[in-house]
Structure formats: structure tokens, C-alpha cells
Ligand binder design. Structure first.
Ligand code: CAA
Length: 693
């Protein structure tokens, strides 16, 4: 049965699509449209048509599950064209989120009415493609070139107030969208069809300089991506060509996007992000605890940032510090961060501040449902905090540690209720970064985990479940990545060579610039308390020498790089280069030139290999979870889909062969994951591994 049904109300045919969950424009839906239009075309009793959807939303786009499969007719652009050229007026009735192909269907209709709470958007760029069913040609005609570029390049969901101001919809509905749409259809019978494609744009206004400026304005954000440039080219075509010619260009650029690895990578992430919430043992039926009040221990950068997340969504949050001065300072920083946000009005800030309070007294946290500790990373301090929390918190309260490395099971054991304890590892700045590692201890109760997974979504985070180990998923993988970067410097590359190669690969910055930003002394002190046999000192002795020479990083104006006063821009340092040469010589290493390709392979393959160990040990549930961690927590380029997807794209056989070469030189550093070896030898992939479980 077709997912589209027809109901005639007098002279108006109402086409309703019912294809849960989001009325995606699958083959059956597209065919349904063509069949109904054919029937209505010759039905003289029908004078106009309403196009609408049942359920939670108007069409949320093309059916992403069909991407990568052989396309089936009718194609979406043909459906939209069939709508636009239909001889009787068509009214789209929009509710929920009309996205991608959904909005393109609405743009193909001649008139649009919407529920005031609806949103529209062309999010294709987030899937590595472009609106390929006429969106790049019709939206500029209807909304104006600037607004269309904004919508297409940002992919954002545009609220109805703004969309109406752009002219995307003609009318806002009252309480009954369907009835209002039918009434509107009756009105427009007299006006007849009004094809969006007939609107002419003022080509002269949008010249080369206009587009050059636009390209410049988004260059930083879109570095390395393929689809954004293709989107801009389409809009240029909309401005300079008639609709039919513009549509041909759109098809050409769309096909190029589909064939680019970026599309597969971004699609992988779309589904990966939705998979993370699927956790063995947790179902819809798993009980949840109420989170009505939250406590945060520590008003430092991390504690304050975490607190902001809860106040942002109207959950009262109390921050605890040991002295009033530190507390005031911490709460003041939260306020300033909100005030600095261009997206918030003074009223928005006041609203948030209302939910934020402070205390120096643990007893004030007694009625919290969830308390997150964000104090100094030392086990003795965590012990004190958790013993105290165990004493004061009400039964059933969830106790979480924001530790980045420490043993969550050991922390839980400081309490009399380890099943209420887990790790909630936020990433800095915690009010901005979307990743939350949810660390499931061996005794963490299912309802505690389920509650925190839901809570992550509520505060706008992507929550990824990790098992207990040193550094969990993300930080554990970093160790090899950093080691290889540092070793490359000893073996022949200069810091700027390493950083440039990794930056060009797509990371937000190179590992050595990042080390300077974090402060070289942090790693230094960490190493002082470690057994020197437990890590490769060749990678770190040169860094120790920098710290001992007072080159602690950006905060003191010199580290691996020099920094001009007041500047954050790293400048290669002749002093450091001399130290590097001396230290290499001391190690007896013969410096050779290392290509950018090898620099990338060493660091990124180290990530992949550790990721495979983590997967094999069950610390991560899926390879795709690891990808989500790296994209959202570490800025791994989205267009590469995360380290594990990237490994699949390169080919595990190739990655494995290279790992073997590295292991033959440095066997202690390169313990190849047995899982990776097996998948490579079977000609398999991490994606296939995920699917098989
Ligand atoms: N195709 C197929 N399935 C889709 C889908 C789509 N376009 N959009 C969402 N789904 C599925 C999700 O995978 C999810 O499935 P499961 O329940 O099996 O996991 C289900 O619908 C619900 O999705 P969410 O969990 O994301 O629900 P939400 O309420 O949080 O969000 C939404 C709803 C805003 C529509 C969100 O799903 C979304 O942003 N979807 C993608 C929209 C999009 O990118 N559309 C453009 C598609 S490309 C296009 O249209 C190309 C073109 O022009 C030719």
C-alpha cells in the first residue's frame, strides 16, 4: 500500500504521507506522489491539492538509508518538478521539520502554509552532499541569495518566524494546520499555480566579488570539506542561469559530492551518532531516575562549564567550592561566558543565572539527584570527595566523576553504594564541546547508566558509553598519537613539519601546538611520578629539557615554539631547534627526512591501532562509537568520518601492512591489535565488525 493516501474535501484533494518515523522520501513515497498527481491531473472535480504529512513531521528529507544503493525511479528532482509544473495549485502544509528533500518538496509546491513551531532547513551539507532536488535553485529564488547561502552552507534548522520573514512560507496556520491548508487551497484556486522556478533573480547584484567574499567568510569553517564549495557553485548557477540549466549544474555537482569519500564519511557519522544510545542491557523499559537538581564539586573551568550545561536547560545546579572567593570567581566566569554569547539576550542570561547557585557546604547538596565531581585529578582528593558525598547524599542520588584517566571502579569503592557511581567525562570547554564519555563501572546500575544517557541528550551532548581503563576511549588513544609526533621530531622532522602535516590532514591543530597550549609542565609532572621503563623516553626527554629550561608552553610565552607578546601564534624557535638536534644526537638517532604522509600515518595509525585494542577489549561498544568520540571530542575531521571509518576507507590491509613496518622498527611501541590483524587478513572492515554484533 502506498504511504500516501488521498482524501477529497470538496474540490480539494489532500495528499497525506504516513511513513514513520520521519516521512523520509523513500521510493514508495516518491512513487506515491507521481501516481496521485497523475490521477488528480485528469480529475476535473479537483481544483487544488494540499500536500501534508501525518506523524511527528513533514518530510525530513530523502531516505538516507537508500543512499549508496542503486537509485530507483522516480527520482526526487523529478517528483519536485512534477509538483512545480502541475497544472492545479498545490499547497504544502508544513509541520515538524521540513528538511532537505522535504523542504524541496515544499518549494516545488506553489504555496506554503506552516505550523508556527515548524522548522525548515537544507542540512545536506552535513551529509557531505548538496540539496540535489532543486533546493539550490529554488531557495535563492524564494528566500534571496544571502539567506539561501546561509541556510545551505550552515545546514541549520531555520525557525518559522525567520523562514516566514525570508518568504519561504506564505502563511502561518492556527491550531488546525490541515483545515487551514484546505481553506488556503480553496483561496488559491482562483490564482492558479505559481511555480517558484519562474522567479527571476537579479544576476548583476551577485557578481564574482560577492561570491568571493562569501567564500572568504566561511573558509575557516569549511577547510578540507568538499561539499560546501559545490553548494556555492550551485547558487552561482541559480543566479546566472535559467532554472532548467541551473538544475543540470546542480545534478552534476550533486553527483560529484555523492562520489566523494566525504559523503560516505558524513553519512557514517549520521548513523554513528544515533547508534551511541543503543547500549546492551538498556532498553526503553529500563527505569530512569529523576534528575531535578544537580550538584557540581569544583568551580574551576571544568566544574563551571559542566554546571552551565544544566542551567542552560533549566535544571537547578549548585556548585560547591571550598572557599567563598573561589566559588564567586567560578560562578562569575559562568555568568561572563553567557554574557559573551552573541546568541543570548540579557533575559536569556538572567534566566540561566536563576538556575545556578553556589555553596561551600556539602550538606547543601543533600537533596541533589546527581552530583558530578570535577576536582583536581588526584586519587586521594577523589577519595575524600566521594566519601563525603556518600555521607551526605540522599539514597538513590547518582555520583559521577569527571576524571579523565583515573579508575572509576576504585572511586566507586570509596562509597557504600558503588552501583550509583559512574564516570561522566566532559571535554573542555565543557559548555561547548558536544562529547560526553559515560564511563560504566563494573558495578554501575543499569538505571544509572540509562538516566545519564538520557541526560546527555537533554543537555545537548552526544553521550558515548566507555568501559573503565586508563584514559577510557579518547585519552587512551591519544598516548600513541602524541608519542609518534614527539618521536618524529627526534627522528628528523621539526615541530612545524609535524604540526603542518597533521593540520593539513584536517585536525584543528598539530599535536605540538596543542601540547604548548595545554602546558608542557602537565606531562612533565605526570612523567615524574611514572616508571621510566613504562614509556618511550626518547619521545619525551627533549620535552623535559624544555620544561626544565622554563619553556613550559604558551602560558609563559615559550615552549616548543616561541610566542610574541600577547600572541597565540606559534613561531619556530631556533633555540628549540638546537636542543632538538642535540637530543637526537644524544640518542644516536640518524636524522632523516620524514614525509608529511609518514608523519600522518604514524600518528593516525597509532590512534587506529589503539582504537582497535579498545574495541577488542570491549571498552568501546562499536568502532563507530570511537569515531563519534574523536569527531566530537578531539576535532577529528568530520569529512574523514573518524579514525576507524578512515581506516576502513584506506583499507585495513594497507593499514595493517604499515603497522607491521612500524612494529619491525619499534616493536615496544607498536603492539598490533589482534582484532585489526584478523579483520585485515579476512579482507573485512570495522564497519562489518560493527554490523556483525
Ligand atoms: N532518512 C532515513 N531515516 C531517517 C532520516 C532520513 N532522512 N532522518 C531521520 N531518520 C531516522 C533516524 O535514523 C532514526 O532512526 P532510528 O529510530 O532507527 O534510529 C529516526 O529516523 C529518528 O531520527 P532521530 O533519532 O534523529 O530523531 P529526532 O527527533 O532527534 O530528529 C530529525 C528528527 C530532525 C528529522 C533528524 O532525524 C534529522 O536531522 N534527520 C536528517 C535530516 C536530513 O539530513 N535530511 C536531509 C536528507 S538528504 C536529502 O534530502 C538529499 C536531497 O536533497 C536529495
Amino acid at each position: 500500500m502506498s504511504p500516501i493516501t488521498r482524501e477529497d474535501i470538496g474540490e480539494i484533494a489532500v495528499l497525506s504521507c504516513d511513513y514513520p518515523p520521519v516521512n523520509a522520501l523513500s521510493h514508495a513515497v516518491r512513487k506515491g506522489y507521481i501516481d496521485h498527481l497523475d490521477a488528480i491531473r485528469s480529475d476535473d472535480a479537483i481544483k487544488a491539492v494540499v500536500v501534508r504529512c501525518e506523524g511527528r513531521t513533514f518530510h525530513a528529507g530523502a531516505d538516507i538509508t537508500e543512499f549508496g544503493k542503486p537509485p530507483q525511479e522516480p527520482h526526487l528532482p523529478d517528483v519536485v518538478m512534477a509538483l512545480e509544473t502541475f497544472p492545479k495549485p498545490l499547497v504544502a502544509a508544513i509541520h515538524g521539520t521540513a528538511l532537505g528533500g522535504g523542504l524541496e518538496i515544499a518549494l516545488g509546491c506553489h504555496y506554503r502554509i506552516a505550523d508556527p513551531s515548524a522548522k525548515v532547513g537544507l542540512p545536506e551539507v552535513h551529509l557531505g552532499i548538496l540539496p540535489g532536488a532543486g533546493g539550490t535553485q529554488r531557495l535563492p529564488r524564494l528566500a534571496g541569495v544571502e539567506n539561501a547561502l546561509d541556510a545551505i552552507l550552515s545546514g541549520r534548522h531555520v525557525k518559522m518566524k525567520e523562514a516566514a520573514a525570508w518568504g519561504v512560507v506564505d502563511r502561518l496556520a492556527g491550531d488546525d494546520l490541515k483545515a487551514d491548508a484546505v481553506a488556503y487551497a480553496k483561496e488559491v484556486v482562483a490564482s492558479g499555480p505559481r511555480p517558484t522556478g519562474d522567479i527571476e533573480l537579479d544576476g548583476a547584484k551577485y557578481d564574482e566579488a560577492f561570491f568571493a567574499n562569501f567564500r572568504k567568510s566561511i573558509a575557516r569553517k569549511t577547510r578540507g570539506f568538499f561539499a560546501p564549495e559545490q553548494c556555492i557553485r550551485c547558487v552561482e548557477a541559480a543566479v546566472s542561469l535559467p532554472l532548467v540549466e541551473g538544475l543540470k549544474k546542480e545534478r552534476q555537482y550533486f553527483t560529484e559530492c555523492m562520489q566523494n569519500p566525504e559523503a560516505a564519511a558524513m553519512r557514517h557519522l549520521f548513523f554513528a551518532e544515533r547508534q551511541v544510545a543503543r547500549v546492551p542491557g538498556i532498553t526503553k523499559e529500563t527505569k530512569r531516575r529523576d534528575i531535578k537538581k544537580v550538584g557540581i564539586i569544583g568551580a574551576g573551568t571544568m566544574g563551571g562549564g559542566i554546571a552551565m550545561n544544566f542551567a542552560n536547560v533549566g535544571i537547578p545546579v549548585t556548585v560547591l567550592e571550598l572557599n567563598q572567593e573561589a566559588l564567586d570567581r567560578g560562578l562569575g566566569v559562568c555568568r561572563k561566558n553567557w554574557e559573551r554569547s552573541s546568541r543570548l539576550t540579557a533575559d536569556d542570561v538572567a534566566e540561566r543565572v536563576k538556575y545556578l547557585s553556589g555553596t561551600t557546604n556539602y550538606e547543601d547538596l543533600a537533596d541533589c539527584d546527581l552530583v558530578i565531581e570535577a576536582v583536581f585529578e588526584k586519587m586521594e582528593i577523589k577519595e575524600q570527595v566521594f566519601k563525603k558525598l556518600d555521607e551526605v547524599l540522599k539514597p538513590g542520588a547518582i555520583m559521577a566523576s569527571n576524571t579523565s584517566y583515573l579508575d572509576v571502579d576504585a572511586i566507586a569503592a570509596y562509597t557504600s553504594r558503588p552501583s550509583d557511581v559512574l564516570g561522566l567525562h566532559f571535554f573542555s570547554p565543557a559548555n561547548v564541546m558536544k562529547l560526553l564519555e559515560i564511563v560504566r563501572g563494573k558495578e554501575t546500575a543499569d538505571d544509572v547508566l540509562a538516566t545519564c544517557l538520557d541526560m546527555a541528550k537533554k543537555i545537548g551532548k552526544v553521550g558515548v558509553v566507555a568501559g573503565v581503563c586508563h584514559g577510557f576511549i579518547g585519552n587512551r588513544m591519544l598516548s600513541g598519537y602524541g608519542r609518534e609526533a614527539n618521536l618524529n621530531v627526534m627522528k628528523g622532522a621539526m615541530p612545524q613539519d609535524v604540526d603542518k602535516a597533521i593540520f593539513d590532514f584536517g585536525m584543528p591543530m598539530g599535536p605540538l601546538t596543542m601540547a604548548d597550549m595545554a602546558g608542557l609542565d602537565i606531562g612533565y609532572f605526570n612523567r615524574q611520578s611514572m616508571d621510566r621503563n613504562s614509556f618511550d623516553t626518547r619521545a619525551t626527554d627533549w620535552l623535559d629539557r624544555l620544561v626544565e629550561g622554563d619553556r613550559k608552553g604558551l602560558k609563559v610565552g615559550k615552549g616548543i615554539y616561541d610566542y610574541a607578546e600577547g600572541s597565540r601564534a606559534p613561531v619556530p624557535s631556533p633555540e628549540v631547534e638546537a636542543i632538538i638536534l642535540e637530543e637526537s644526537a644524544k640518542l644516536g638517532l640518524e636524522r632523516t627526512s620524514i614525509s608529511a604522509e609518514e608523519i600522518v600515518e604514524r600518528s593516525i595509525y597509532a590512534l587506529i591501532n589503539e582504537g582497535a585494542h579498545i574495541l577488542d577489549e570491549g571498552i568501546a561498544l562499536r568502532a563507530s562509537d570511537i569515531d563519534v568520540v574523536y569527531v566530537y571530542g578531539y576535532g577529528f575531521p568530520r569529512y574523514r568520518g573518524g579514525p576507524m571509518h578512515y581506516a576502513d576507507a584506506v583499507g585495513l590491509d594497507k593499514v595493517y601492512a604499515r603497522l607491521q613496518e612500524f612494529a619491525s622498527i619499534d616493536p615496544d611501541n607498536w603492539k598490533i591489535s589482534p582484532l585489526l590483524k584478523r579483520l585485515a587478513e579476512e579482507g573485512s572492515s570495522f564497519a562489518a565488525f560493527d554490523q556483525s554484533r
